[in-house]
Design a protein around this ligand. Structure first.
Ligand code: GLN
Length: 557
């Protein structure tokens, strides 16, 4: 534990969804580039204990840490930008804070006192920030979810206000991340919402030292001066952050705008930043955005309207294609619509590769199974992630093994062939929060398989899980006879972790979520193997103009 730990607070203003998480992550990278050990923590003011039980439509992806916490998707940005494995304590919710205070009250820990937001809730929030110091880090970046003015955010802001007093003002830097709206009629960027938001922050006793102003338009020196004057911030510390289509560019933009130097000077860090690797990474990604070689990859899922629901899948794909020099043309395919579409086969056949990502509940599952069936029949490279591995096995059972009605008992409890089921020692749970197989579990790779080849030397591997159901061992032999290879198995031999189809260019499913461990400079081996297979298959095919009519989005990466 160091007493000289520095704290950076990232507090949002004006509107949400402006990339506060990416900003915090990018600042983490700037500090790492200066040789600092960094941890990033997200404080979420909602009352859920964790986002695990929330719909992806509400919350986007649930990011799973190695130690098995279901966390906010911003932790995914933090891990990818700082290349640091985060842990459970890096995501604190109001639900956790309140329940632990109430638990202590019930135990009688407060000795007859009245329990109040100040000091009991605010103390608990501070305790949860301070406990990260035991990791021996130089800088802890704390991002507070929501924006200034949210009622539920107040205890968190009060807690960090107090934190400044307890650790010393000089050890805390507050960054206010705001948005500058553009008025079309007059062609102006407006600073007023930023002024108001800063004033509101000041009203609760917090004066930011830095303002990061998100904008979709160039910011003039005049606008910078205005923000500086009205918000009482050094002009050097007004940092414009224009929208970019390549998230990994953000650290470079912030460094160029002088934020890295400002933070270093504030805390007395003398190290020169080394961003050379990051620069080459960004250059490589930029280059692949314009590569002539393109890969059409379809993600067949049920939450595709909200791309945030699969943000790590998209990131992992981006890492992989940039490593093989191809441009990613990502197609979001709604599995629920696909199952009703008479032309589904044709549409899927226009793709170079299919990914079926994770998911819960029966809606849209038949569409995912159809996608796996087409991939199997038409030799289209397929990567199944958790649920996508289960749908692959169901498709295989129905199609290759003629097990009509095969299913997972999650979707059909009365199926004659429960290919995917709960483990025999598992009971059906009524309590949905935190009752799954979560986080890192080891997996032994079987030599000579595609999976073993992809991972190389590493064996066993550790991958992150988030699921309740498993491949049913009663069907193992039948599957093997039919041409399925179980290439990754739990060390005790009980659980199938990776399955792959023989006689297919690439048909592989994982019971875990490899996407969480992919890094921009080190694509996950299975994603890499998948896009390589997609590229190889594409080259074998006659190059016809594809007219993909499914919902299409040019990747914004
Ligand atoms: N619903 C499936 C299970 O619980 C898959 C979960 C997932 O894809 N994360 O096993």
């Amino acid at each position: 534990m160091t007493d000289t730990t520095k704290f950076i607070l990232c507090i949002g203003g004006v509107v949400s969804s402006i990339g506060k998480g990416v900003t915090a992550a990018a600042i983490g990278r700037l500090l790492k580039a200066r040789g600092k050990r960094v941890l990033i923590q997200k404080l979420d003011p909602y009352l859920n204990v964790d986002p695990g039980t929330m719909s992806p439509y509400q919350h986007g992806e649930v990011f799973v840490t190695a130690d098995g916490a279901e966390t906010d998707l911003d932790l995914g940005h933090y891990e990818r930008f700082t290349d640091t494995e985060l842990r459970r304590e890096c995501n604190v919710t109001a639900g956790q804070v309140y329940s632990s205070v109430i638990e202590k009250e019930r135990r009688g820990d407060y000795l007859g006192r009245t329990i109040q937001v100040i000091p009991h809730i605010t103390d608990e929030i501070q305790r949860r920030i301070m406990q990260l110091r035991k990791d021996d880090v130089d800088v802890i970046i704390v991002e507070i979810g929501g924006t200034v003015g949210d009622i539920e955010g107040l205890p968190f802001l009060e807690a960090v206000r107090q934190l400044r007093r307890s650790v010393g003002q000089e050890n805390v830097l507050t960054i206010h991340v705001t948005f500058l709206p553009f008025i079309q009629a007059t062609g102006e960027l407006k600073t007023k919402p930023t002024q108001h938001s800063t004033r509101e922050l000041r009203g609760i006793g917090i004066q930011p030292q830095v303002i990061v102003a998100r904008t979709d338009h160039p910011v003039s020196q005049e606008v910078i001066e205005k923000i500086s004057l009205f918000c009482d911030v050094d002009p050097k510390a007004v940092i414009p952050l224009p929208t970019t289509d390549l998230l990994y560019e953000v650290p470079l933009v912030l460094e160029y705008a002088g934020l890295g130097r400002y933070i270093a000077d504030y805390f007395g860090f003398n190290e020169e930043p080394d961003l050379s690797d990051w620069r080459s990474l960004v250059a490589r990604m930029r280059k692949t955005q314009h590569a002539t070689n393109e890969l059409n990859i379809g993600v067949v899922g049920k939450y595709v309207e909200l791309h945030d629901a699969y943000i790590s899948v998209k990131a992992a794909l981006t890492h992989a294609v940039s490593q093989i020099g191809c441009r990613l043309n990502l197609h979001w395919i709604n599995s629920g619509q696909l199952e009703k579409d008479p032309d589904y086969r044709q549409k899927l056949m226009e793709l170079d590769g299919i990914i079926v990502p994770g998911g819960f509940g029966p809606r849209g599952v038949e569409g995912m199974i159809l996608a796996a069936e087409v991939a199997l029949e038409e030799q289209i490279p397929y990567l199944g992630l958790c649920l996508g591995m289960q749908t692959m096995c169901i498709a295989f059972a129905r199609q290759r093994l003629a097990l009509e009605g095969a299913n997972s008992t999650e979707f059909d409890e009365a199926t004659p062939y429960p290919i995917i089921d709960l483990m025999p020692d598992q009971t059906r749970v009524t309590d949905l929060g935190g009752t799954m197989r979560l986080g890192h579990f080891p997996c032994q790779l079987v030599p000579g398989t595609r999976a073993a080849a992809a991972y190389g030397e590493e064996n066993p591997i550790l991958e992150r899980h988030r699921h309740r159901f498993e491949f049913n061992n009663a069907f193992r032999e039948l599957f093997q006879q039919g041409g399925m290879v179980f290439s990754g198995i739990s060390p005790n031999g009980h659980l199938i972790e990776i399955a792959e189809g023989k006689d297919h260019p690439f048909m592989l499913g994982t019971q875990f979520h490899p996407e969480f461990q992919s890094r921009p400079d080190a694509a996950h081996p299975l994603f890499l193997a998948f896009v390589e297979a997609a590229k190889a298959v594409r080259h074998l095919m006659p190059q016809v103009e594809t007219a993909v009519s499914v919902q299409l989005e040019r990747s914004s990466y």
